[in-house]
Design a protein around this ligand. Sequence first.
Ligand code: COA
Length: 295
Amino acid sequence: MAPKSVAMPIVDSTAVFKNDLFNGKVLFCTGGGSGICKGMTEAVMRHGANAVIVGRNLERLTRSAEELSKLTGNVCMPAQADVRHPNQLKDAVAKAVEKFGRIDFVICGAAGNFLAPISELSENGFRTVIEIDTLGTFNTIKATLPYIRASKGSYIHVSATLHHRGTPYQVHVSAAKAAVDAISAALAVEEGPHGVRSNILAPGAIAGTEGMDRLSAKTEGGENLWRKVCPAGRTGDIKDIANATVFLLSDAASYISGQIIIVDGGMEHLRVPSLPYPESVLDPSSVKHLIKSRL
Ligand code: COA
């Protein structure tokens, strides 16, 4: 009888890394008010760090910061800023430094995403995502670099895998994330001699996130299409990205810089399209019922 396939367990990073791993360290995380970046922040805080989470919606940020402080026993401060505006980011960084005196880690996670065919995507729609993801990453680096140099710290940029090949309806995000990957590589080589590391974390299909909910195809029964075909036998969990974050920011990764770390259970090698292909491009209305989006 063929052996039953067994999904890999999700290991809790607190079972692997020391709880005081990041004691005295400070994380600055854009997009940290929700989703994957909130999970990444929680993991770093659970290992001793204080954090500043940055986003546009102060009410949501404040709620999340309170929650993270309570959960981890360390301090999380909300700082309102739109990453498209360098001055707002500079103010957020100033608040972080005033409160904590230093910044050791930066997660560039703020991103915008929606599905749209090239034929219908407006110039402003394309520009908006480039401005949030690409310019936002550059602006965050510019605002934090003096402090990261001083602490010989580390950057993680949250990217994706969709631009590693052509992905329908995601030209804007693909272009934006390809540029983010390029920025990280340039940062790694330019700032490496100053003691700064920079890496990309590229999540695959992560359950319970807005991206997964809105952007990926589901079966009629509501199950995610990728789940069945993922080598890991399951969709990812925010904890998977959080665990990779703890490793990448730790000294265990001190010789890892300029890399793209894909956390997708092995999906990258299978080339499974995110939407039924070519049906979804020949007839956009055929995927309308699968996705909560403005197609
Ligand atoms: N389909 C097509 N075009 C869209 C769109 C969609 N679903 N959503 C936004 N756009 C276009 C708008 O039409 C506008 O272009 P136009 O002026 O030519 O009409 C342009 O993008 C800017 O949209 P706007 O809503 O004014 O920008 P914003 O700065 O307030 O928000 C996003 C932009 C991307 C953040 C917004 O779409 C959003 O809130 N997305 C959900 C949050 C998100 O993306 N989270 C990340 C999950 S992975």
